[in-house]
Design a protein around this ligand. Structure first.
Ligand code: SF4
Length: 328
């Protein structure tokens, strides 16, 4: 990110918060690898954002998603100073992680990532770990891995990004096992699996805490390092240019994203689900499924999720288990 983009972003952010009288704002630093920004630049940027928070009386919350490899004690102090929530990408045991996540030299990253997780923990930061569903591990194995072997208590297992163009793997058995093992053996010991929390909250009538599942407007805006103002970056799975935007933070306000076709379609689809979903007993918990999984070339976002049958099976199972323990 050039200094002029950074400056423009701060100017537009302050104007946006003031214009809409916002009391909270969430900024997530994602990559690539956001720590490549460098500690010095990052600190200067954070100082500017902190100044904006004070001037606008808005509580700006921060999170960073990193592979963790560059984490040092200096970085940890920085995360603590600015209260930046830390998320680490780790897919599972060494063999599996290193098949997917390698460094520029082609070497596996497992040992370095787990070492940095321990460094965070010994310095008082409990990171959230993000992994992606795979057929390589079952639900019980993944909980055992994260809790017993890595020693973390918060993690997520994302549903793979896929559209109607893709052939998807069945996910129902995995997530049913994941729920059962968590519910029977780990729920009372402080272990939190974000996707399971979303399901349980949604089924009990609450609001999901993720943009993956559950009802709620998706209004996420992505500002790329070149200043482009785009919609949800997950839609990059549609291919090169799928999220390309003519808007740029150096010339346009953040709210101009409303004129971005993809952003508008995603927001609209998040509020107006497909006809099949409207009749679904699990609508509050599912919300129509991950937004990307609803997309097809024919109907764009006007579909139930490509994972719909599996999602129904998972929600049916979780609800059956919960119902057994709910006394009114
Ligand atoms: S389970 Fe299927 S029909 Fe029900 S809300 Fe989810 S995607 Fe829609």
């Amino acid at each position: 990110m050039t200094e002029s983009v950074e400056e423009a972003l701060c100017t537009q952010l302050k104007a946006h918060i003031n214009t809409y009288h916002l009391k909270t704002f969430l900024i997530g630093f994602h990559g690539g690898e956001p720590m490549l920004f460098g500690l010095k630049r990052f600190r200067r940027f954070m100082n500017k954002l902190s100044e904006i928070a004070i001037q606008t009386n808005c509580r700006i919350r921060y999170s960073i998603m990193t592979n963790g490899i560059l984490i040092t004690e200096e970085w940890i102090n920085f995360f603590k100073e600015f209260q930046i929530g830390v998320g680490i990408s780790l897919d599972g045991p060494r063999k599996f992680n290193d098949a997917n996540r390698i460094d520029f030299k082609g070497n596996g990253t497992y040992d370095r990532i787990t070492e940095k997780i321990r460094l965070l923990q010994t310095n008082g930061i409990e990171p959230g770990i993000i992994s992606v569903f795979s057929t390589a591990l079952n639900g019980m194995e993944i909980i055992d891995f994260f809790v017993e072997q890595v020693g973390v208590k918060q993690f997520d297992v994302l549903i793979p990004d896929a559209t109607y163009r893709d052939t998807v793997q069945p996910i129902a058995v995995f997530y049913k096992d994941l729920f059962d093992d968590w519910y029977d053996s780990h729920a009372n010991s402080g272990v939190t699996i974000r996707i399971i929390s979303s399901m349980v909250k949604g089924l009990l009538g609450g609001q999901s805490n993720s943009i993956t599942l559950g009802l709620g407007a998706i209004t996420t805006v992505t500002i790329s390092t070149d200043g482009s103002i785009e919609g949800l970056d997950v839609m990059r799975v549609l291919g090169k240019g799928a999220v390309t935007s003519s808007l740029n933070i150096q010339t346009d306000p953040i709210q101009a994203v409303q004129g971005n076709d993809l952003w508008s379609k995603i927001r609209s689809a998040s509020l107006n689900v497909n006809a099949r979903c409207k009749k679904c007993e699990f609508l509050n918990a599912c919300g129509g499924g991950p937004i990307v999984s609803r997309w097809s070339a024919e109907n764009e976002f006007d579909n139930a999720s490509i994972y719909c049958d599996d999602l129904k099976e998972i929600f049916g199972h979780v609800w059956k288990r919960l119902k057994e323990d709910i006394y009114v």
